[in-house]
Design a protein around this ligand. Structure first.
Ligand code: ADP
Ligand code: MG
Length: 243
């Protein structure tokens, strides 16, 4: 069974069509890159998956549970890192996580255990008492990932998690998330507008102006377009400007 199935998703903001008939699946334990230029509809899709916005058309199933009919079953299987950081900079790393654990109704002892485990996994154990403000951008993102994983989701959504980081920190974060995906049997949806964050064996979705214009194995999509994924991406997403 697919971890996530999205069927025929369309969404509009007033007259602006942000998603148009988008359908795809995410498989258990796989790293899927959702690649698209700015304005493609990536954050809108994340907002629908996390129920920030109600579905206007189409359906989302996670492990067979419908977002419309069983939203709680769906949401407890999802961990999310939004495009805009939602950490409180004046709270410590640990306090940020505790707040989230409380929101999820975790008992205090369970929360402490999970916070220890996830901070260790993110190599942040030593920094737990520091204010988030003192951390660099890459470490802040890791705090958000630790927080997103506290309730043991099966699918981790990251919306442009590497935006604003320098190239070395971007690569480190991308590598780190791939490792989490492998080690924890976690499905990952990694959204980005940067092709260099995609690897050949990734599952790849290319979104452009609200439409899914390619989906499948990243290397195979490149091969279909003459062997060069970079050329394919630029070709697929370059638009003639209407006269
Ligand atoms: P991406 O995350 O890929 O950059 P978005 O999902 O943020 O794309 O945006 C998709 C389209 O919807 C864009 O044309 C954007 O301008 C538009 N849009 C996004 N949010 C709103 C909003 N709150 N109101 C109106 N239009 C929006
Ligand atoms: Mg976005």
């Amino acid at each position: 069974m697919s971890r996530l199935l999205a069927r025929d998703l369309s969404f509009r903001y007033g007259a602006r069509q942000a998603l148009d008939g988008v359908a795809f699946s995410l498989e258990p334990g796989r790293f899927t890159a959702l690649l698209g230029p700015n304005g493609a509809g990536k954050s809108t899709l994340v907002a629908l998956l996390t129920r920030l916005y109600d579905l206007q058309a189409g359906e989302i199933l996670v492990d067979g549970h419908s977002l419309r009919r069983a939203p709680r079953e769906v949401l407890r299987r999802l961990g999310v890192v939004f495009q805009q950081s939602t950490l409180d900079l004046d709270l410590s790393v640990e306090q940020n996580l505790r707040y989230h654990a409380a929101l999820h109704g975790m008992a205090r002892a369970e929360a402490s255990r999970r916070i220890d485990e996830e901070l260790a996994r993110q190599q942040l154990g030593e920094r737990r008492h520091e204010r988030v403000r003192a951390l660099n951008g890459g470490h802040r993102r890791r705090v958000e990932i630790a927080r997103a994983l506290l309730h043991r989701p099966r699918l981790l959504l990251l919306d442009e998690a590497s935006a604003g980081l320098d190239p070395a920190a971007r690569l480190a974060l991308n590598t780190h998330v791939r490792q989490l995906c492998r080690e924890q049997d976690l499905s990952v949806l990694w959204t980005t507008h940067l092709l260099d964050e995609v690897q050949g064996d990734d599952d790849l979705l290319i979104l452009d102006r609200g439409r899914l214009i390619a989906c499948g194995n990243a290397a195979a999509i490149g091969t279909d377009h003459g062997g060069d994924l970079s050329a394919a991406f630029h070709h697929l997403t370059s638009h003639e400007v209407a006269a």
